[in-house]
Write a protein that binds this ligand. Structure first.
Ligand code: UDX
Ligand code: ADP
Length: 466
């Protein structure tokens, strides 16, 4: 090894194929913590690579700018030259996108592995030495096996060791999750060369992660652990959301219930905030994957069990819109409704699987005028709603979004929405003014006092109607 990059001799060349939400931050932190490794990130998307090389990174992630600035051009490089990067690499992380299949067998459930397979073919084509291939994107269990087969039949006499090293990054805290992970999972084949490859990957993380947090398992356990971790997190959200519906029928308050239930140390308080439903690129996709796998292994009861987590999530979004229609006298025709937030959660511009998409579409179907405001997600919102028809506005200023609106529907829990002057907002709205708080973010008694009819989630509403 010991290839030269700039004037420094590096111990190893690491490559990541796919410069997205996962690949970019992960490799930037690895470069920061491992100055002895040369790290390259490639992508077929030229615009994305240009952005990684610019002052405005393609993703908004707190702390990421500082990390990238510290190492870019030293031991972190972004490029579109995939063949050259493959040739030079000792270890290749693959973090290309694996969306849910939209066609053919397993449509709507299974993962679409076309990018993964194409990547494997590229690795074979451009390699002239043996390498370790690290599966970073979330993939269905046993993908590594399929990839191992493709790579084994390379016809060049090369050896590729496959490692599963799933990411557990949550957007908005990705850099912190990378710097201080709860655990790092490294799965390998249980052969001597498999274990050796796993040690090489564990060595990377050992630069900054304590040894007891680096867990080594077999390949399948590692892949499945990722899906199950996300399924459990999503299941907690669906559990509390299902109870929020019950609260609205009784005098119970979902906040009290989350607190009381979460105080049991066996349960714990996190991921028990009722809301409009989970979004993000992982939860839905991973659970559907789990469901698909269970079904294809002849376990329909297991599949049905996990499918309900997604079903409750849909239900939560549906009933949020139904409530708006019902409370606003069964018609939204021509009424302006301001959506406060569009990102799938606060502190990110990402809108993938955001409940905002469903809500906006449904409101437009009801012929409402929809005015969307979000501090970071307006560009994505525009793309998500392209060609949707109806009347949609995008406003950077929340006060403008609320002007002439009869209702506010709060979709994303941005702290900035808490700081607004709701007296001023109330003044410019059509009366009676409604506020549907999909995240239980705002001060409901105060809003009621100002004059709003307030509909929290899983709590009694506060209205001025007799
Ligand atoms: C998630 C996992 O947390 C992460 O480990 C995995 O690698 C990728 O998927 P992410 O999608 O970035 O990360 O967001 P997360 O913070 O987990 O939130 C997911 C969704 O659940 C958001 O829409 C959020 O608003 C919602 N949520 C979360 C709730 O509705 N209530 C909660 O209590 C927590
Ligand atoms: P994730 O959230 O998993 O990181 P993203 O969609 O943000 O997913 O990123 C995946 C990236 O992988 C995209 O930028 C896409 O252009 C890139 N990609 C997909 N296929 C290939 C390929 N064959 N070679 C290089 N990059 C690829």
């Amino acid at each position: 090894m010991g290839r030269k990059g700039e004037n420094v001799a590096f111990k190893k060349n690491l490559l990541c194929i796919g410069a997205g939400y996962v690949g970019g931050p992960t490799m930037a932190v690895i470069a920061l913590k491992c100055p002895d490794y040369r790290v390259t990130v490639v992508d077929v998307n030229e615009e994305r690579i240009d952005q990684w090389n610019s002052d405005r990174l393609p993703i908004f992630e707190p702390g990421l700018d500082d990390v990238v600035r510290a190492v870019r051009g030293k031991n972190l490089f972004f490029s579109t030259d995939v063949p050259a990067a493959i040739r030079a690499a000792d270890i290749i992380f693959v973090s290309v996108n694996t969306p849910t299949k939209t066609f053919g067998e397993g449509a709507g459930m299974a993962s679409d592995l076309q990018h993964w397979e194409k990547t494997a073919q590229q690795i074979i084509e451009h390699s002239d030495g043996s390498k370790i291939i690290v599966e970073k994107s979330t993939v269905p269990v046993r993908t590594a096996e399929a990839m191992e087969r493709i790579l084994r039949m390379n016809g060049k006499g090369l050896r590729f060791e496959i490692i599963s090293n799933p990411e557990f990054l949550a957007e908005g805290t990705a850099v912190r999750n990378l710097l201080e992970p709860d655990r790092v999972l490294v799965g390998s084949l249980e052969t001597e060369s498999g274990r050796k490859a796993a040690r090489e990957i564990a060595d990377i993380y050992a630069h900054w992660v304590p040894a007891d947090k680096i867990i080594t398992t077999n390949l399948w356990s590692s892949e499945l652990s990722k899906l199950v971790a996300n399924a459990f997190l999503a299941q907690r959200i669906s559990s509390i959301n299902s109870i929020s519906a019950l609260c609205e029928k009784t005098d119970a308050d979902i906040g009290d219930i989350s607190f009381a239930v979460g105080s049991d140390s066996r349960i714990g308080p996190r991921f028990l905030a009722a809301g409009i439903g989970f979004g993000g690129s992982c939860f839905r996709k991973d659970i559907l994957n789990l469901v698909y796998i269970a079904r294809s292994y002849g376990l329909p009861d297991v599949a049905d069990y996990w499918e309900m987590v997604v079903r409750i999530n849909d239900f939560q979004q549906e009933r949020f819109v139904q409530r708006i229609v019902h409370e606003m006298f069964q018609t939204l025709v021509g009424k302006k409704i301001a959506l406060f937030g569009f990102a799938f959660k606060a502190n990110t511009g990402d809108t993938r699987e955001s409940p905002g998409i469903y809500v906006a579409r449904k409101l437009i179907e009801e012929r409402a005028v929809v005015s969307i405001t979000d501090p970071w997600a307006l560009d994505n919102a525009r793309r998500d709603l392209e060609g949707i028809g109806g009347r949609v506005e995008f406003q950077t200023d929340p006060y403008r979004a609320a002007e002439g609106a009869q209702a506010i529907a709060l979709i994303t829990g941005w702290d900035a929405f808490r700081q607004l002057d709701y007296e001023k907002i109330f003044r410019v709205m059509v009366k009676p003014a409604f506020l549907f708080d999909g995240r239980n973010l705002l001060d409901h008694p105060r809003l009621f006092q100002i004059g709003f009819n307030v509909y929290p989630l899983g709590k009694p509403s506060r209205t001025h109607f007799a």
